[in-house]
Design a protein around this ligand. Structure first.
Ligand code: PHE
Length: 344
């Protein structure tokens, strides 16, 4: 091939290759062009072979042109490849783009435990009637839990409240009644107090028995407190809880720390007293024990029973929450299962 022809071929090759590079859409297409043009058996190598037949002066000139063409095509390939890489990067960045101005997913607000809900309502009610909310320790002395409540060491009532004994004569309190003793000693008469809290019994656990549950104790000490006063406060309490009129009755009930002692029943709210499965066809549901404070208990609390008397009651907070929310297994309350707790 003549020198002029070679130059012509070179030029056509260069423009063709540059055009191909610009038109290429994939890395594979670019690689194909590179092999075609710059490869060991590619077109430029072909021309380089042909150059051997040229006169030395022409050879030098065509050689320069050939190198130039090679460089141009190489650069074009490189920059097109960089374009591809940039495009790929942009696609990826777009896919990963996060809108930092969007509000974050808020943590789920917690909710009150069903026992706490009922407890707070009762606290509000009693506060509105001039009662103080007290709390006592869960680890109590044997004296406060039993003796000061008129339950001496050999008294059979101790068997009804089997507990967990700790070292040094301490125990896990079996009821909130020891807070009565603490309240009397701390404040003296007249006294209106309630004491919600956690209590413990050494019980077999089943759907209606727990070793750990909640009570709410109430005590009022004043002059000439009567069973009528007790009934009034208990009715007000229950109407506050159930948000309607209730009918109550007192049955004799024995607790060493009250005299007389009662079981207070409420006329069944479901059937209105006619009899249904909830009240076991009796028309009444047993709700809370109560009574007038035993003189011995007042004395242990540093109060003169000749001058003062009072009433006391013990409300099963856990049981009340179960009634209120229709919970049929006591174990759910302390199970820590969020699926259960989120319903409140
Ligand atoms: N403390 C008693 C119990 O847990 C309940 C009670 C309290 C009874 C106050 C009468 C008066 O069984």
């Amino acid at each position: 091939m003549s020198e002029a022809n070679l130059e012509q071929t070179l030029e056509t090759l260069r423009t063709g290759a540059l055009h191909g590079v610009r038109a290429a859409q994939t890395l594979e297409a670019l690689e194909a062009i590179r092999v075609d043009v710059l490869g060991r058996k590619g077109s430029l190598a072909q021309i380089s072979k042909e150059m051997g037949k040229l006169a030395p002066a022409d050879r030098a000139r065509v050689g320069k042109l050939l190198n130039l063409a090679k460089q141009t095509v190489e650069q074009a390939l490189e920059s097109r490849k960089a374009e591809f890489e940039l495009a790929a990067l942009n696609t990826r960045l777009n896919a990963e783009w996060v809108d930092l101005t969007l509000p974050s997913t808020a943590p789920r607000p917690g909710s009150l435990h069903p026992v706490t809900i009922v407890q707070k309502e009762i606290e509000d009610l009693f506060i509105s009637m001039g009662f103080t909310v007290l709390s006592g320790p869960e680890v109590e002395t044997e004296f406060n839990n039993f003796d000061a409540l008129n339950i001496p060491p050999d008294h059979p009532a101790r068997d009804m409240q089997d507990t967990f004994w700790l070292e040094g004569g301490h125990l896990l309190r079996t009821h909130t009644s020891p807070v009565q003793v603490r309240g009397m000693l701390k404040f003296g008469p007249p006294l209106r107090m309630i004491a919600p809290g956690r209590v413990f019994r050494n019980e077999e656990v089943d759907p209606s028995h727990e070793h750990t549950f909640y009570q709410l104790e109430g005590m009022m000490v004043d002059r000439e407190v009567s069973v009528a006063n007790l009934t009034y406060f208990m009715k007000t309490l229950l109407e506050g809880i159930f948000h309607r009129d209730v009918t109550v009755r007192l049955r004799p009930g024995y607790f060493p720390f009250v005299e007389p002692g009662f079981e207070l029943d409420i006329q069944c709210l479901l059937c209105g007293g006619k009899g249904c499965p909830v009240c076991k066809q009796s028309g009444w549901v047993e709700l809370l024990p109560c009574g007038l404070v035993h003189p011995n208990v007042l004395r242990f609390g540093g109060i003169d029973p000749e001058k003062w008397n009072g009433f006391a009651f013990g409300l099963g907070l856990t049981r009340l929450a179960m009634m209120r929310f229709g919970i049929d297994d006591i174990r759910l309350l302390q199970g820590g299962d969020l699926r259960f707790l989120r319903q409140f």
